[in-house]
Ligand binder design. Structure first.
Ligand code: NCD
Length: 306
């Protein structure tokens, strides 16, 4: 790959996805070593610029950068001059003046990573922009499915929940379908995007029926922070119709994968014991996330030469 940035899934295309997923195998191997570290990005600096809350994405990128021996700078809005009214552009120019090679950005507004890419000579990686895209989440999810099921071609995947407000849904639909999976969105009409014309998916409302014919159930968190009030009558009712409750999970074939990007709301979209089911792969998703992000940073910053 010769791209300088990773902003969305669409620009990667099938070849770019395959390339990064294959590269990830090498970093899974590195991550399993006694000292899980290689010197390939020595002398490079990676900044995480997170304007929106994050646990796993930020830690995962920072861990990935350190395992490649890059230096890491962390920007956190609550302790920065963004609180004093500094614009994103001024912040980026300030950080750039210190000498950096990559910026991982998360922002509540769609499009901010593209703007930053226009202002900086560094590589920009989108760590989640509003409802729009979250490409490394999609990559780690594809990697996890490939690892467990051998590939995505012809696999039936249900994405369940708040697709309307979810950047994970947008990136994952793009990636899953590019790799040949057959995707069904399952959600109440109020939590579906206003137009599904550009979405290569089927839509269903009967979760119980869908669960009987899929290979993967991908649960989305209710994006309460992005919703207007009143999109579902109550969380309890949402859970009754669209949650993978403990009872519903017992109707799944044992080999069906259950996935969730985290953070989970147990008792809303996922039953309390579903994370402990043998083929619930939520912790594998997190573990693979580090290796996928190592592959992405390596590809952007080392030009793919190991
Ligand atoms: C997701 C996000 O922030 O987009 N979390 C993550 O990155 N693992 C999903 C979510 O917040 O629901």
């Amino acid at each position: 790959m010769t791209a300088r940035h990773l902003l969305d899934i669409e620009s990667l295309g099938r070849d770019g996805l395959d390339h990064l997923l294959t590269l990830t195998d090498r970093f899974v191997e590195v991550s399993q070593r006694r000292v899980p570290k290689v010197p390939v990005l020595q002398g490079k600096t990676v900044v995480s610029l997170f304007y929106e809350d994050s646990t796993r994405t930020r830690l995962s990128f920072e861990t990935a950068a350190r395992r490649l021996s890059a230096d890491v700078m962390t920007f956190s809005v609550s302790t920065s001059s963004a609180n004093k009214g500094e614009s994103i552009r001024d912040t980026v120019e300030t950080i750039e003046a210190m000498g950096i090679d990559a910026i991982v950005v998360r922002h509540k507004a769609a499009g901010v990573p593209w703007q930053i890419a226009g202002w900086t000579g560094a590589s920009v990686v989108n760590g989640g922009d509003g409802w729009h895209q979250h490409p490394t989440q999609a990559l780690l999810d594809c990697y996890t499915i490939r690892q467990r099921l051998g590939g995505l071609e012809g696999r039936a995947i249900a994405i369940v929940g708040d697709a309307k407000h979810s950047r994970v849904a947008r990136s994952n639909v793009d990636a899953f379908t590019a790799l040949g999976a057959d995707v069904t969105l399952v959600a109440p009409p109020t939590l579906l995007p206003a137009s599904l014309d550009a979405w290569p998916v089927k839509v269903e409302h009967d979760l119980d029926a869908v669960l009987q014919r899929v290979d993967v159930v991908y649960l989305l968190r209710m994006q309460l922070e992005r919703q207007e009030a009143g999109l579902v009558p109550s969380l309890r009712e949402y859970s009754t119709f669209y949650g993978l409750t403990d009872e519903r999970a017992r109707t799944l074939r044992d080999d069906v994968l259950v996935m969730h990007p985290g953070p989970m709301n147990r008792g809303v979209e996922i039953g309390a014991t579903v994370p402990d089911r043998p083929n619930t792969v939520i912790t594998q998703q997190v573990a693979n996330g580090v290796a996928v992000r190592m592959a992405v940073l390596f590809d952007l910053l080392a030009g793919g030469v190991l």
